[in-house]
Design a protein around this ligand. Structure first.
Ligand code: SF4
Ligand code: SF4
Length: 333
């Protein structure tokens, strides 16, 4: 994995605690590391509450729970003082190319992040190793490992830690890796100096908003999940409203469109961990087979894959929609 220095944070002196944390994280294999304090940010809490109140979270009811921790991440751990925020690059050109050729082979597109091993496992294991190293240095350190596993805004912490800025597509965009990054945090009771947030560099660009096939980016920095193909094909249970079937096109699981068009993603670096060899066998299957895939078979293939999230019924539903769209497209041609 390519490592990235954090020189723009203003270098702490050699041998200090922050330098030890940074060097340990990069040595474990993280692409980026930054430190945030855990003082609640009332404005970000309010923005999230407005989003929930407007029903933009669709059926993801779990997002409306855990408001106390979301507003105050210190509640995750007694005496919590700092978040060590990390990111792992998952960009893979070969996976993007695979999606480009998939429809002509009767296969569906699968979001790049989900094509290989489940990142929760990989990033969680790496954070476990970082945790061991930091505990070896900081006597009495207590910690919580977070990889999409707690009701806190990991995105907000990453932004505060200077991992990247908030893009209009709501992704964290980092210099060097764009938004092709998995996030994770180690919440610890050790006080550390925080890093500074980066400037937002979206400027007047609206490429993600213009490219979204369903108009799901309803205003800069706000996504209506009810319209978002990622949500519809991954999180939504039951039928997908017919209005969206055509727009789903050949997307079987997730959607990368608002990332693919982002100019900061163009110069991304191939991931070693999540590169070409890391491909789940299920996505090599033709859509016709996936429309009737059995529950047990689906579970067997997706045991260590983020694809498991859509459940077997969701996979059959998605394959049915996608196969229909591809068939129509090729008939037309
Ligand atoms: S993931 Fe796809 S559908 Fe969702 S906001 Fe981005 S481009 Fe739109
Ligand atoms: S496409 Fe443009 S507006 Fe959207 S996140 Fe990237 S830089 Fe920002």
């Amino acid at each position: 994995m390519t490592k990235s220095s954090r020189s723009h944070h203003g270098a702490p002196g050699p041998g200090d605690r922050e330098t030890f944390v940074r060097e340990s994280a990069l040595d474990v294999g993280f692409s980026l590391v930054g430190i945030a304090d855990l003082v609640p940010d009332p404005e970000s809490g309010r923005a999230f509450d407005r989003w929930i109140k407007a029903g933009r979270h669709g059926d993801m009811r779990y997002l409306s729970g855990g408001a106390d921790k979301r507003h105050d991440p210190r509640l995750l751990l007694e005496g919590a003082r700092s978040a060590v925020c990390v990111a792992v690059n998952y960009y893979s050109k070969s996976k993007i190319d695979r999606n480009r050729s998939a429809p002509s082979e009767g296969k569906g597109e699968v979001a790049i992040y989900a094509q290989g091993q489940d990142y929760h496992t990989v990033v969680g294991d790496m954070l476990g190793e970082l945790d061991r190293r930091l505990k070896g240095r900081f006597a009495g350190m207590e910690s919580r490992i977070v990889v999409d596993t707690q009701p806190i805004s990991e995105r907000d912490l990453a932004i505060r830690a200077g991992i990247g800025w908030l893009g209009k597509n709501t992704c964290v965009i980092s210099p060097g890796y764009g938004s092709w990054i998995f996030l994770g945090e180690l919440i610890i009771n050790v006080p550390l100096r925080s890093d500074k947030p980066l400037d937002t560099l979206c400027g007047s660009c609206t490429a993600c908003i213009d490219a979204c096939p369903t108009g799901a980016i309803v205003e800069p920095f706000v996504i209506d999940a009810n319209k978002c193909i990622s949500y519809l094909t991954i999180e939504k249970r039951g039928d997908i409203p017919e209005d969206y079937h055509r727009s789903i096109g050949s997307r079987l699981f997730g959607c990368d469109t608002c990332q693919l068009v982002c100019p900061f993603n163009i110069a991304a670096t191939e991931s070693v961990l999540f590169g070409a060899r890391d491909v789940n066998p299920i996505i090599k299957r033709p859509l016709t087979e996936l429309t009737v895939i059995g529950n047990e078979e689906f579970e067997k293939f997706t045991r260590d894959s983020a694809i498991s999230r859509c459940k077997p019924a969701g996979m059959r539903r998605n394959a049915f929609i996608t196969a229909g769209n591809i068939a129509r497209h090729y008939q037309r041609d």
